[in-house]
Design a binder for this molecule. Sequence first.
Ligand SMILES: *Cc1c(COP(=O)(O)O)cnc(C)c1O
Length: 466
Amino acid sequence: MSRSHRTSQHQPNTAVELNPLFSRPGESTLFPRFTLPEGEALPSTAYQVVHDEAMLDGNSRLNLATFVGTWMEPEAATLYAETFDKNMIDKDEYPQTALIETRCWRMLADLWNAPDAEKSIGTSTIGSSEACMLGGLALKRRWQHARRAEGKSTDKPNLILSSAVQVCWEKFCNYWDVEARFVPVSAEHPMLDGHDLDQYVDENTIGVVAIMGVTYTGVYEPVQLISEALDDIQARRGLDIPIHVDGASGAMVAPFLQPETVWDFRLQRVASINTSGHKYGLVYPGLGWVVWRDAAALPEDLIFHVSYLGGDMPTFALNFSRPGAQVLLQYYLFLRLGFAGYRSVQATSRDVALYLSTEIGAMGAFTLWSDGSDIPVFAWQLNDGHTEHWNLHHLSERLRMNGWLVPAYPLPEGLSDVTVQRIVVRNGFTRDLASSFLADLKKEVDYLDSLTAPMPADKQAQGFHH
Ligand SMILES: *Cc1c(COP(=O)(O)O)cnc(C)c1O
């Protein structure tokens, strides 16, 4: 009986053909792509094949689309290599890593002005998505407890969000049966700012999500105004609605660059805050954080207990096993940079963002939606009437030919007829690289402007995942 993959090896595109370099005696020169190879390969052969395929990915340093860290110091790489065997859930086997995790979220609680950081509670996660799920679950469970205590129904929870939320919030509402009430963005209110909240909230509202660093444009939502609008609603209607701040990017920027902006636990209504350790926390992919103001904000019945040095340690997470190394990398950076170091790294990124947005805004073809003065992220649109011959998707494709990834996409519900292009400036995108980018951008705009007939507009990729 012939196994299917024996035959499939001879069909085009289902196998990886090896260069003669790999035709060692006794070794296959073809690897099946979609079935498990029958036998073994030498480590060096397997390494070379995977290495070569990974090389075909884009160059991460030229990726101006992602928020996620792509550069760390050599010492961090050494530490990573020394610790990639640690499992975060094995608190008993790796008590020191567990202790360091606690130190990290305590530092964040303090950075975010928790009234009593000793009383706050937090955890690391795999990213902000998991952290947002946990924040949302705590809001839902608190609301359920309060409703049950009053003998009321818990059938129809809802959550208030801007239409510009990151997709993880749509997932949260979908997976946990919470009605998402989107407040659409508009020309007058390009972000959630507390207007008309009255019409959205009711006794079934579990909370309001405020975003520090909207993914589409990089602007901060004014958490203080949202909080004041909710104070007013409480005074008139008796509804006490908590806020979760999605600070995936901004919670690691605002404390350093805009310390006077009041968005964090200084606001009584802010129950919990998340951030991505792997965004402006400056760690490689695979790390998020969430912190609750105090134990009252995180219902006890959501917490599981794992054994830890013969005692017990509370945990709240969706995953069981996950890497511990990223947590150690975060701690490395906290020690390495301190407050002044983070401020200087984020200020450098902001300066590069302001330099680029000023130059792009002055080009004549574009109007800025934001300039990178909140988080170092900004977006622009093509001026109406500038050209009939090309659009921002074409520009994105032309830039890609130079290696740069700069996405173009429509704004969310409410402004979806506007297409923008966005740049995320991160640690490692230097002023020098930025001026090379600008030269390429100007060259490509000149090229597109010189066209005497329209670029084809069919089959353009419209989707971009935020
Ligand atoms: C990136 C982002 C997320 C998701 O974070 P991950 O760490 O990628 O899971 C959630 N919210 C906002 C505002 C973001 O920018």
